[in-house]
Design a protein around this ligand. Structure first.
Ligand SMILES: [Zn+2]
Length: 413
């Protein structure tokens, strides 16, 4: 990997330093100048052309030299790439869970593009999907249970097409642009105010976080960070007087910290408040929580599900490949389609649904056979509970307590 990164950097540097485009432009300028001169005075054609010969040749040589360098760099980079990523066959796709639901896949792709702010790509993609869909429609002859799912997702695709979601994401990216690129929090604050009731119902702190950052931004001088300290402090105090009163019931302590810090202003860095006033990640944190809240009010997760699924898939791929090789060598098969025979270690942020395996039956619980907790606190699957108790009072398999099935409670993760 190190070698690859080194070659990549080298190519990148070379590309940035490359003068090829300037050399080519110089050649074009020379030729155009000559054409102009000849057009103005055709009698000087031969002398103009003669004068042109040497500079044009030099210019070509320079362009070629610089291209040669870039080319050799690219060559080395490709070789390093080939060496690191050896050509391996992908696992076979005999069981393709998604092949029967192309519309769900298309919808996921379209949503991903929209939420990444790639609006024109999304629109081209949707147009092409619709073009491909139109003649294929009669083929849906109800083969398999997935067809009804697929029909639903057509509707969803149409919703995306109708533009509401697109408009929402356009708004989101506008607000994020102002926030990130122009240090302008006001559009985000305005949005948070408009959605205050919904945000508060979610227990969100977004509006206060935004206003606190606005306060800090003013404190540090706002648009003009080099202005004198007192101007910034004054502006921050005025902002606090105007805006913070509505926050006092919920954020009294935080507001007291902000105002209390004023007393420390000449040496905030030694004060207990330094982490609030000098937080280098404050802006990106606020941008993140804005994105999360915005998406959640749309009923979406903060990260693109397609991105998460593809990343988790890429992490799982080597394990699955190994599994396939072993299965082939031992001539065995794995028949349980909804479950993997091996653990795939995913990062914590990628764990969404806890699973529970009944300690009695050793089976994973499902919606039909949910985990049940007995009054003693031990949990087994519902079917095991029914089998052991037969509807009567029974002894817990894991402790001396006795319980009645009607006292057992369904456990929801
Ligand atoms: Zn027990």
């Amino acid at each position: 990997m190190d070698l690859l990164q080194k070659e990549h950097e080298r190519v990148w540097k070379r590309m940035k330093a490359a003068k090829s485009i300037n050399d080519v432009q110089a050649t074009i300028d020379l030729l155009q100048e000559a054409r102009g001169a000849i057009a103005a005075d055709p009698t000087k054609a031969s002398i103009t052309l003669a004068k042109l010969q040497n500079p044009v040749k030099a210019s070509f040589d320079a362009a070629n030299d610089s291209l040669k360098e870039t080319h050799s760099g690219l060559n080395k980079y490709t070789k390093a790439l080939d060496k690191l990523f050896k050509d391996r066959p992908l696992p076979s796709t005999e069981y393709d869970a998604l092949s029967s639901s192309p519309s769900l896949v298309n919808r996921a792709i379209a949503m991903h593009l929209l939420r990444e702010g790639q609006f024109s790509v999304a629109s081209t993609f949707l147009d092409e999907v619709n073009q491909a869909k139109a003649p294929a429609q009669p083929e849906y002859d109800g083969a398999g249970a997935s067809t009804s799912n697929d029909d639903n997702s057509h509707l969803l695709l149409d919703q995306i097409q109708s533009g509401r979601i697109r408009e929402e994401f356009t708004t989101m990216y506008h607000i994020l642009y102002e926030l990130r690129e122009r240090a302008n929090l006001l559009p985000a604050i305005e949005w948070a105010r408009e959605h205050r009731t919904l945000l508060e119902a979610r227990g969100s702190n977004l509006e206060f976080e935004l206003c606190r950052l606005q306060f800090l931004w003013l404190f540090h001088g706002g648009m003009d960070p080099h202005s004198s300290n007192s101007v910034g402090r004054q502006a921050a105090l005025e902002y606090a007087r105007m805006e913070f009163s509505s926050f006092t019931p919920r954020y009294l302590k935080e507001i007291q910290q902000l105002i209390g810090a004023m007393a420390f202003w000449p040496n905030l860095d030694q004060s207990p408040y330094r982490h609030i006033f000098n937080n280098p990640t404050a802006w990106s944190e606020v941008a993140q929580s804005f994105t999360r809240e915005f998406c959640s009010l749309l009923g979406l997760s903060a990260d693109s599900p397609l991105y998460i699924a593809a990343t988790a898939g890429a992490i799982a791929l080597p394990t699955l490949q190994k599994l396939q090789t072993i299965m082939k060598a031992k001539r065995t098969e794995w028949t349980t389609q909804d479950e993997l025979p091996v653990e795939i270690p995913l990062p914590r942020s990628y764990l969404f649904h806890s699973i529970f395996v009944c300690p009695v039956s050793k089976e994973q619980t499902t919606d039909q056979n949910p985990p049940m907790m007995m009054p003693c606190g031990h949990v087994i699957a519902q079917e095991s509970l029914q089998r052991i108790s037969k509807g009567n009072k029974f002894k817990c398999p894991y402790c001396p307590s006795e319980s009645h099935p009607k006292n057992a409670r369904k456990v929801i993760f």
